[in-house]
Design a binder for this molecule. Sequence first.
Ligand code: NAP
Length: 332
Amino acid sequence: MRYRTLGSSDLEVSEISLGSWLTYSGGVEADRTRACTEAAFDAGINFFDTANVYGRGAAESAWGEILSAHPRDSYVLATKVWGRMSDDPADQGLSPAQIAKQIDASLTRLRTDHVDLYQAHRFDASVPIEDTVEALQKVVEQGKARYLGFSEWTPEQIRAALDISSPGLFVSSQPQYSMLWQAPEAEVFELCAANGISQIVWSPLAQGVLTGKYKPGEPVPEGSRFASADMAVSQDLVYSDATLEAVQRLVPIAEEAGMSMPTLALAWVLRRTEVASAITGASRPEQVHANAAASGVELSADLLAAVDRALGDAPVTGPTLAPGAQTGVKHR
Ligand SMILES: NC(=O)c1ccc[n+]([C@@H]2O[C@H](COP(=O)([O-])OP(=O)(O)OC[C@H]3O[C@@H](n4cnc5c(N)ncnc54)[C@H](OP(=O)(O)O)[C@@H]3O)[C@@H](O)[C@H]2O)c1
């Protein structure tokens, strides 16, 4: 496993990291959650990404139990705040009161006195940016987080936060980024790089689609993420047969290069130096090992050109904002 420095921080994160969305907050049972997490340590993965809202605390609690058995300085821990945590519609967002409450709840569940990275899961345009940044900064001053990050903020929102925060406080940006979702390359990568902020990218395998296991016109494989009723709907919305056909065109390219499809997809996001880590998901420990193998794999210019040709116009060009993302910035 290779490691990259996270933005301007002193954190060294594994090129492949493990996330817990949809998996360790419900879909994957406790034994397998433990097996996947331990497989990550075995593979040299030191970077773990979760969020308060995953399973409304369940994902953090599951990892709190497992990670706390490892020395705290052997892993880099990231969590997030913003999502709705209870039936009370006020129990969400980035107000100072919510941030103060949620960091303490996250630390309790994660069984630690600090996280390395505290991320705003989305932007909260109902709260003045000055209030949000001050509240996040206070979390760092209190020693409850070492650094800050954000996920799916627009360039305007990123600039507004950087204008009023101490340099070096925000070190990561977490956008969706994969062969099938290239939107952040347009502006976010460059803006962040100029400000000492790395990308840690989510769904680099497009939720498993880029492994090639979903075949156009064929039933969804049993036990896979899109076989579950909830996810089947979003697969239809996001991944058309045309996209799945494009992914199948990548299969011989990977074979000829002597690499697996997950390796091709993950090495593709890691080809960009702006990306510090690809945050993968895994429902089985074998997937963790397969994905970790992508670290250090270089893709030649010819191979990258072949990938572009195979993808054609398949990359998703629809809405560039993730669900729940807001535009605009409110000031005091
Ligand atoms: N900031 C945000 O808003 C946001 C949003 C989404 C995710 N995230 C973060 O990003 C992390 C990763 O997201 P993701 O789970 O969508 O990432 P992903 O790596 O694109 O997809 C992971 C899923 O693909 C399948 N898979 C993984 N490796 C495989 C392999 N080698 N062979 C076959 N199938 C494989 C597994 O599902 P099955 O085995 O069930 O098919 C696995 O759960 C999350 O856990 C979370 O930490 C953040």
